[in-house]
Structures are given as C-alpha cells and as structure tokens.
Ligand binder design. Structure first.
Ligand code: SAH
Ligand code: SF4
Ligand code: F3S
Length: 437
C-alpha cells in the first residue's frame, strides 16, 4: 500500500512554502499526499507562534490526534516550525503530547527526512532544535502546491526586533540567498509554466545588505527581465527601508505588480517608537508619496495592530486617521498578542481586552469600507485576472488581478494558469463577480 502524508500549515506565506519543502522531502521518502489525517502514515504540523491564537490552534489540533494515534500506533506525528523553535518550547510540547514522535525547529527543517528515517528505524522519539541558523541550504526540491503561483525565498530571518514580534527569535538573523540562485530558481519556474512568482522575506528591502551582491531593486529588475508572460510580486517591505530606487524598479517593468504590502502597524508616533519600527507616520506617508510618484495606480495594503501596550484612545485615533489618509485597498488587522521573550511583553500598561475588542471592531469596519470603495470602482470595467483555482461551492473559477482583487467567473473549460479578461458586473467586499470577455 502507498504510504501517505498530510501536512497542516499555520502562519505566513513563508511557512506555506516551508510546507512545500517538507512535502518535497516526504515525497523523496516515497510518501504521497492525502487530504486527511485519518488516512495518513505521517502527519506534520508546521506551526506558527506569531500570536497566541496561532499557538492555541496548533495545540488544539495536536491534542485531537491522541485518539487516532492510539488506534494507529505506526502513524508518525511530527511537530515543527516556529513554535518549537522558541526556547524551552520543545520540552513543553514533548511533555504535553508524549505521543508526538518528531519535534524540530525552523533551523533544521531540512533534516526532517533523517528524523523520519530515525523514527522508522525504531527510535522512541526524535527531538532536535538547533540554536542558530547555519548555512543557507540550496538545491532542495520543494513540492509546489500553489500552481500557477510559486514562492521564492530571498531572505531568511529578521534583524529588526520590532518590540512586539517573536519572528527574530524563531527565524534567526537575516541572511540572503545569492542572487544567481534566486534568478536561476525564477527562470526554471517560468520555464515550468508558473505565472506568478512571489519573492519572500520578512524585509525584502534589506536583501543582500552588507554583502557584495546586487540590491533588491536590481534583483526585481533582473527577474522581471526573464522571457515569458508572468507576474512578479514580493513581500514584505519594511517602510524604513522602502527606497526611491525600489519605486523606480516597480515602475520599470509591467511584469512587476502595482501592488505593495507596506505594514504600518500604527499611526501614532509614540506607539511606533515603542514598537521600535524606526519611522514616524510622516516618514511613512512620505514613502507612500514616493511610491505613488512613480507608480500612481499602485494599490497599497498593510498590517495594523491595535492594543499595543500603552495605546491610548488618541493613539488609536491616529491609526484610524492614517488608514483613511492612505486609503488602503485592503489590510490585515490584529489585536496585540503578548509574546514571551519580546521587549513589549515586559511593558506596563497592557491594554484591557474589552478596549482592544472595541478598537478592532472600529478598525475592521473602516478597513472594510475602504475595501468596498476600491472594489466598487471596478464595476463596469474589464480587468486582467490570472485564474488560480476553482471554487466548488460557488461553481466558479477564481483568480486575482495585479492589484490583488479576487475575481469569480464561469468557464466551460479548465483555465487554471491562464490570464483572462474579466468584465466586472458586481463587487461585494473583497471579491468581484464577472464574465470572461
Ligand atoms: N515581516 C513582516 C511581517 C511579520 S508578521 C513585517 O515586518 O511586516 C505579520 C504581521 O503580524 C505583522 O506585520 C504584525 O502586524 C503582526 N504581528 C506580529 N507580531 C504580533 C503580535 N505580537 N501581536 C499582534 N500582531 C502581531
Ligand atoms: Fe517582526 Fe518587525 Fe521583523 Fe516584521 S520586521 S518580522 S514585524 S521584527
Ligand atoms: Fe511566519 Fe508565524 Fe513563523 S508568521 S515566521 S510562521 S511565527
């Protein structure tokens, strides 16, 4: 009988791509993927710890496997990624879930294959966490699951130490892949038929800083120059490093999408300082102005946090005002979550839960109204959509335009991976409904 694996992924796009790397390793061991844990011989939880609810999610799901594991003793359960990488967390996980067979972190993800083999050869459990990041691994064979989209890591780790954020502690110091490796990967993905490449890093703007390699704007231009029709995206840009050169690079080639994710987090200078973001709201608005000077139609999206320690009503109003001023096309909104080990976790004046709740409701309402405004402008116009999938529930194909708007439409034949022109008949919230023309 075929051996099967099932991977459960939490967290950001980088983790989604890490799961593709894990899938690549498991397929080299002869496993094929399956849709449920019940059918699987190996279950991998690729975890996230950015906020408490991400951890609780994973705890809940790992806990639910206890029964299945006692009925299926040969099943291998592995827990990896950002959660076990936190200091002391692997031991906590081992004690809480003694039936988990393999525990690994972010720095030794590429060793999972060996760990599975060790377990198969009779070891009771394999628990290994590396304290530091080590060399960048090249030459892996991720099993990509998002055709026509493909993710390409360009940097790993983060040096910014925003005071609320756990990422620098669980992903290590920032390091960049060599540009020749990145460009080669992009070239081979385009020749394999991928139509949208997204360059990934916690702060792509600081790509190759301090090395003799080319900088991020030049990397973008070189990848865009690869022959073929495809779209190029990148995330995430840190506002403090967003440069005029980058704005020019975006404008230099139509393959580069006119859509930039530029997380602001807060509109209050006092809070931005306490967050260690290294820019003021005025600096941020200046960056937007530079971006719009070169790319006037650029859609801007962002991340926002409410309830950072010490955030007053006035600070929160400053966030609302900045959101209105920029006019984001969409935004991710989060309630601050205290992360042990970060600087903010020790700050006094943690904001009460009820206040956070009120603020997030108000912020979400504002963001939704902006999103609706942006979507409404599409009605009666035609946009180019890259078809990415089929929605079984709606019985429609779906895909996004270069600005990131999701469009739904009918088609007789399977057109996943093709660019289509869609006439927009209706807009609701973040999605557009239309017909191919
Ligand atoms: N490197 C990216 C994204 C990091 S994580 C950046 O710098 O923007 C994605 C988002 O999660 C962050 O932008 C932030 O808005 C949010 N986030 C990070 N830590 C958080 C915390 N402790 N509580 C709430 N939201 C958090
Ligand atoms: Fe976290 Fe800040 Fe680094 Fe983004 S830039 S990953 S928010 S520390
Ligand atoms: Fe990503 Fe979560 Fe880790 S956001 S880097 S998977 S903590």
């Amino acid at each position: 009988m075929d051996k099967r694996y099932h991977i459960v992924t939490y967290g950001c796009q980088m983790n989604v791509h890490d799961s593709e790397r894990i899938a690549g390793m498991l397929s080299e061991l002869g496993y094929s993927s399956c849709d449920s844990m019940e059918e699987a011989d190996v279950v991998v939880f690729n975890t996230c710890c950015i906020r408490e609810n991400a951890e609780n999610h994973a705890y809940g799901n790992i806990g639910m496997l206890k029964k299945l594991k006692s009925a299926k003793r040969d099943m291998i359960i592995a827990v990896g990624g950002c959660m076990p990488q936190q200091i002391g967390k692997a031991d906590i996980l081992h004690k809480k879930f003694p039936y988990v067979d393999v525990i690994f972190g972010t720095h030794n993800l590429n060793k999972l294959k060996d760990y599975i083999l060790e377990k198969q050869s009779g070891k009771k459990s394999v628990i290994e966490i590396f304290d530091s990041e080590g060399e960048i691994v090249e030459g892996e064979h991720p099993l990509r699951t998002s055709y026509p989209n493909a993710w390409i890591n360009i940097t790993y780790g983060c040096n910014n130490f925003c005071s609320y954020c756990i990422v620098p502690y669980v992903r290590g110091r920032e390091r960049s892949r060599r540009s020749e490796n990145v460009i080669e990967e992009a070239r081979s993905l385009v020749s394999d038929g991928y139509k949208e490449l997204t360059l990934l890093g916690q702060n792509v703007n600081s790509y190759a800083n301090g090395s003799d390699d080319i900088r991020f704007p030049a990397l973008l231009e070189k990848i865009a120059a690869i022959d073929g029709k495809f779209r190029l995206r990148f995330m995430t840009s840190h506002p403090k490093d967003f440069s005029e050169e980058l704005a020019k690079a975006i404008a230099s080639d139509r393959k580069i999408c006119h859509c930039v994710h530029l997380p602001v987090q807060s509109g209050s200078d006092r809070i931005l300082k306490a967050m260690n973001r290294k820019y003021t709201s005025a600096d941020y608005l200046k960056k937007i102005e530079i971006l719009k000077k070169y790319v006037p139609d650029c859609a801007v999206t962002t991340d926002l946090i409410v309830g950072f320690p010490g955030e007053t009503d006035e600070d929160f109003k400053a966030t609302l005002n900045l959101v209105k001023e920029v006019g984001y096309s969409s935004a991710f909104t989060f309630v601050y979550s205290k992360r042990e080990g970060t600087v903010a976790a020790k700050m006094p004046d943690q904001v009460p839960e009820e206040v956070c709740k009120e603020r997030i409701i108000e912020l979400v309402a504002l963001v939704n109204s902006l999103t609706r405004e942006h979507s409404a402008k599409y009605v009666g116009k035609t946009c180019e959509i890259l078809c990415e999938g089929y929605d079984d529930k709606r019985g429609l194909f779906l895909g996004r335009d270069e600005y990131g708007r999701m469009g739904y439409f009918a088609s007789e034949k399977n057109i996943i991976g093709e660019f289509v022109n869609m006439f927009v008949e209706e807009a609701n919230g973040v999605s557009l409904m239309g017909k191919i023309v």
